[in-house]
Design a binder for this molecule. Structure first.
Ligand code: SAH
Ligand code: SF4
Ligand code: F3S
Length: 482
């Protein structure tokens, strides 16, 4: 008998991507194989995101297509995993009879068993061939909904199941306790739960033993890591120091940080530890104090800037990344202008910009969504263009410099490879066997674009190839700042 084939699509944040890895790892351990395409799979899983309406809409339309497919293929198993499973459990259970499993983000530990059960049940239904009756009547069982169980973090991860040999995510905490008015994440992911340092060091060591050299720690407020582990003195700074000891680890990054938890101990660790990647994803969300207050972000523009200045005073080679929401309820033209000015002032290397999307059940959803969509779109474009100009200036300052690139694989442009610098900057260069995936290679930057740079690989005899030029990067950031 051939192995059952699954197909898993992931939406949402890096945490969802890591959860998807864990789900795949469980399924493969149980004998499932990845299908080449969704059409060839007998188990179709969707790991979902609720953060904006657009993310949900894509899943609803996919589920609509799967409903049609299931009419002719009653044995097909359809599973909704992740944040929408948590957020819309009732609706999925009562109104979507073609969905077989609904598994929230904290219940992936038994996903393989749940999928097995759904397959067996659907096989019985398909064998019964009674199309006039609904699945529930035939099977005598409802949809399999799981919202409690082992979270992915509590299962011993199969470190061999990863998309990249040399790069891995490591989830250090789940959930979020922050009160941001617009955000659904605390509802879908629940309270903050941090893992013990010893447990994380053990998993990181196993990843490194299996060839990983770059680890990115994940948490919704990763720099608040450990505050729920009372009395254990667990902080992100201590965790970074502990992981830094692993000899074969070369790069250590962490996302996403909250401005309120960028304290002196973390700044000191970031400055002192050479393996820590030189970028900080520190979403500001807005550059207007009025909007920040409305959002309950808990800081002002001035406080954000002070924190950033403290970091750059201790470690000038860091670059900053941010997220912004445009069109939050009540955001005036002046508020938005303040955000544009703020982006120019900080000189972010990269920003994600999102149009505000009301999430039912959040505090902000009770306010009138009063910035018209056309105006949200306009602000979105203006802020993206502001950021793109800064990124281009910073990238141009790198032309002629040599950067160290961790090779990630084939670029979208044929004949090229791509990889990332220690600043997470995307670099493309001509494909060659001399730069295998997972290697760290010196690349001289020859061309700057908005979202990446292009360069040429330096050979072993090239004098410039000896070391990554940190001074170049510092200079680049300086030029981007107003
Ligand atoms: N924990 C992270 C990010 C969480 S979600 C943090 O606190 O920074 C990722 C981004 O989505 C957020 O930073 C925010 O910019 C955006 N976002 C969250 N809720 C949103 C909403 N309702 N509408 C539009 N963007 C939103
Ligand atoms: Fe959402 Fe705020 Fe938590 Fe980030 S810190 S996940 S924006 S509630
Ligand atoms: Fe989306 Fe859930 Fe992540 S809502 S952003 S997948 S935590």
């Amino acid at each position: 008998m051939t192995a059952p084939r699954y197909h898993l699509t992931s939406y949402g944040c890096q945490m969802n991507k890591l959860d998807s890895e864990l789900v795949e790892s469980k399924l493969r351990q149980r004998g499932y194989q990845a299908a080449a395409s969704e059409a060839e799979a007998s188990v179709v899983l969707v790991n979902t995101c609720s953060v904006r309406q657009h993310a949900e809409d894509r899943v609803w339309s996919k589920l609509g297509r799967l409903r049609l497919r299931k009419r002719s293929e009653p044995g097909l198993v359809v599973g909704v995993l992740g944040c929408m499973a948590q957020e819309h459990k009732r609706y999925l259970l009562s109104r979507m009879p073609h969905v077989d499993l609904v598994v929230g983000p904290s219940a992936f530990g038994d996903i393989d068993v749940t999928v097995d059960r759904a397959r067996e049940r659907n096989a019985r239904i398909a064998a019964a061939r009674e199309p006039a009756r609904t699945r529930h009547e035939v099977a005598g069982a409802g949809v399999l909904a799981v919202d409690r169980g082992q979270s992915g973090d509590t299962i011993r991860r199969d470190v061999r199941v990863r998309p990249h040999r040399s790069q891995a995510f490591l989830s250090v905490m789940r959930g979020c306790n922050m009160p941001c008015t617009y955000c659904i994440v605390p509802t879908t992911r629940g309270d903050e739960v941090s893992r013990e340092i010893a447990d994380l060091v053990d998993e990181a060591q196993r990843l490194c033993d299996d060839g990983v050299t770059e680890i990115t720690l994940l948490g919704q407020t990763v720099n608040a890591y450990g505050r729920d582990l009372t009395g254990r003195n667990a902080t992100l700074a201590r965790l970074l120091r502990a992981l830094h000891e692993i000899p074969s680890l070369r790069r250590l990054a962490f996302i996403t940080s909250h401005p309120n938890f960028l304290g002196p101990d973390l700044v000191a660790a970031m400055a002192e530890l050479p393996k820590v990647a030189r970028y900080l994803h520190l979403p500001a969300q807005s550059g207007s104090n009025a909007v920040l207050k409305q959002m309950r972000r808990g800081y002002t523009v001035e406080r954000y800037l002070t924190r950033v200045e403290q970091l750059l005073a201790a470690a000038p080679d860091y670059e900053l990344h941010s997220d912004f929401i445009v069109g939050y309820p009540g955001e005036t033209a002046a508020d938005f202008a303040a955000t544009v000015a703020f982006v120019q002032r900080v000189g972010f290397a990269q920003s994600y910009v999102f149009k505000y999307s009301p999430r039912p059940g959040t505090r902000a959803a009770e306010l009138p969504d009063d910035v018209p969509d056309a105006e949200k779109e306009r602000r979105n474009q203006v802020l993206l263009a502001t950021q793109a100009a800064i990124s281009l200036t910073q990238n141009r300052a790198l032309v002629g410099r040599t950067v160290e690139v961790l090779v990630e694989g084939a670029s979208k442009v044929a004949g090229r490879l791509s990889g990332r610098t220690v600043h997470h900057r995307l670099v493309h260069f001509a494909a060659t066997d001399a730069a295998p995936v997972g290697s760290y290679v010196p690349v001289r930057v020859t061309e700057a674009l908005q979202h990446c740079v292009v360069g040429e690989l330096l050979g072993p005899n090239d004098a410039e190839a000896s070391a990554y030029d940190a001074a170049a990067a510092t200079q680049a950031i300086g030029q981007g700042r107003a």
